[in-house]
Design a protein around this ligand. Structure first.
Ligand SMILES: CC(C)(COP(=O)(O)OP(=O)(O)OC[C@H]1O[C@@H](n2cnc3c(N)ncnc32)[C@H](O)[C@@H]1OP(=O)(O)O)[C@@H](O)C(=O)NCCC(=O)NCCS
Length: 194
């Protein structure tokens, strides 16, 4: 059961015989998760995280492992009774294109369905990857106000060039969940290049 602390196993199609495990993160995963995320943060691909933040949010995280080696992580962050964000999705360079990212997203989507969510979204630079795993691009303004609460703290807030992608899980419920216009905030647009 992916959404519990029990592990699910799958065999990596690109490396037959190598069993990978998908499970919810535990406290001892914090250090390897930080190494992974902050490695990409140093390249400007992701936002850096601290041990304090990770400890606080560890229950959001799902990880994929080969034996004891953490290959990837991703988090499901609830915003409302109907919608959550997939965030902090990362796969180690050496484990990319092996299906780890897809398995992480599917685990987080299954968790979303268990929680009866209507939709999940992400802000990303890798739109093509998200399209391959069932998401479609949306206008940022289609997402509810609460989705922007963390953006205000982000150093890229005034120059955000990430793209919003959405996977609707329960279409009728998502339509009902859509926020009225007056609950949307002004969306920052990318600065034009000099
Ligand atoms: C994006 C990322 C999570 C993908 O993980 P991954 O394990 O390599 O992805 P998968 O192997 O599961 O790929 C699933 C599909 O998406 C495709 N895909 C993966 N990365 C892609 C990319 N950057 N661009 C286009 N397609 C991509 C794969 O080819 C595969 O397609 P297929 O089903 O037709 O074979 C990984 O590249 C990563 O960690 N990137 C750096 C951090 C990052 O950008 N995170 C996203 C933050 S929102």
């Amino acid at each position: 059961m992916i959404s519990g602390l029990h592990a699910d196993a799958f065999v990596d199609a690109a490396a037959p015989g190598r069993a990978l495990t998908v499970r919810k993160a535990l406290m001892h995963d914090i250090s390897p998760i930080l190494n992974l995320i902050n490695g990409y943060a140093a390249e400007g691909i992701m936002l850096p995280r601290t041990e304090f933040e990770l400890s606080e949010a560890i229950r959001d995280f799902t990880v994929v492992l080969a034996g004891n080696d953490l290959l990837g992580c991703g988090a499901l962050h609830f915003y409302s009774p109907t919608v959550a964000e997939i965030r902090s999705l990362a796969v180690h360079e050496h484990a990319k294109k092996l299906g780890v990212g897809r398995n992480l997203v599917e685990a987080l989507v299954a968790e979303s369905e268990n929680y009866e969510l209507a939709a999940v979204f992400a802000f990303t630079y890798v739109v093509e990857f998200f399209q391959k795993v069932g998401f479609h691009q949306v206008e940022r303004g289609a997402l509810p106000l609460k989705a922007w609460k963390d953006c205000v703290r982000c150093p890229k807030f005034q120059a955000c060039d990430e793209i919003a992608v959405l996977r609707v899980l329960r279409p009728g419920h998502w339509t009902e969940a859509a926020m009225p216009d007056d609950q949307l905030i002004q969306i920052p647009t990318p600065r034009s290049q000099p």
